[in-house]
Design a binder for this molecule. Structure first.
Ligand SMILES: [Zn+2]
Length: 306
């Protein structure tokens, strides 16, 4: 899944290509990908792109006041083409969920692999009309050290930014300070843009256990985490920016020190990178760097060993 740095890379790339370009048309290869009906997707045709920005992991193409906003989710991707084929995109016939064509015939396809369709496209007049954007916490590159500490210690929640739907869902009332740091960093309503991969990297750089309790971190640990969050993301953005869309996945993989590298050697201390598996994902960490040398229990492993 693309996270903040790759999404920023896509935004920078799109901006360099489509700013000031008129939209020729937008075709849907999947009706379910479009989550809104007003304004209609056809209304984008003929209008000119005035901005391309990011909200957390959401990409926002501002087409003269009408925003095409999308989230690539787990298996979605953007495939850019300098000259799109003239073939018509038909629903259900290809992995192409949406094709956006510009006046010079350049454009992109949003594709989604796999059977779980979670790619989401919204056409709205205000990006905050998208519930997933309205509920976002602050951007990690904008948040101050003091506000970050308050988030971890539960003195500040993103509740003011939550939508009515979220309030009372349990998520909103949960005390952030008692939560494990790995889950907290991945929670888009707490901090926007960090997912499973970069939370592994940030915790490794900060030398913190993924199970450390957010509210119990001392000042020095908060400093390490705050610096690691910004350093890891800034470094990854620098690596992603200027790269064509097709190279971003490889750039992400290449920059990872522990994530996706179970069994390999920790580049900091030389210990082996370990893994904890869950039903739908896994996390990687270094015991020497992060957990005082003690491997974390892996439920899947212990089940298999029974
Ligand atoms: Zn290590």
């Amino acid at each position: 899944m693309p996270e903040l740095p790759e999404v920023q890379g896509l935004v920078d790339f799109l901006r360099s290509r489509v700013l000031d370009l008129p939209v020729a048309r937008v075709d849907l290869g999947s009706f379910s990908v479009l989550k809104t009906y007003e304004p209609p997707v056809d209304s984008l045709g003929g209008l000119t792109v005035t901005d391309v920005t990011r909200h957390g992991k959401w990409i926002d193409i501002d087409v003269d006041g009408i925003h095409l906003v999308f989230h690539l989710s787990r298996a979605g991707w953007l495939r850019w083409s300098e000259a799109l084929p003239q073939t018509v995109v038909r629903p259900g016939k290809s992995p192409i969920a949406l094709r956006m064509r510009f006046a010079d015939d350049s454009g992109f396809d949003l594709t989604e692999a796999g059977t779980q369709k979670r790619l989401a496209v919204h056409v709205v007049r205000d990006p905050r009309d998208v519930p997933g954007i309205a509920s976002l916490g602050p951007d990690p590159l904008d948040i101050s050290r003091a506000d970050f500490a308050d988030l971890l210690h539960g003195k500040r929640t993103a509740s003011g930014r939550r939508t009515a739907d979220d309030i009372g869902s349990g998520e909103a009332t949960r005390n952030e300070s008692s939560r494990q740091i790995k889950g907290l960093l991945r929670d888009q309503s707490v901090i926007a843009g960090v997912g499973n991969a970069y939370s592994d990297e940030v915790l490794h750089a900060a030398k913190l256990s993924p199970y450390a309790v957010a509210g119990k971190l001392d000042e020095e640990a908060v400093d390490r985490l705050y610096d690691a969050l910004r350093d890891v993301l800034t470094g990854a953005i620098a690596a992603a920016s200027g790269k064509p869309a097709k190279d971003l996945k490889d750039a992400k993989r290449a920059g990872m020190r522990v994530h996706g590298r179970a069994g390999e050697t920790c580049p900091v201390c030389g210990d082996v990178v370990r893994e904890v598996s869950f039903a739908d994902r896994s996390m990687q960490y270094c015991a020497t760097c992060q957990t005082g040398g003690k491997p974390l229990a892996d439920r899947r492993m212990s089940r298999l060993l029974k």
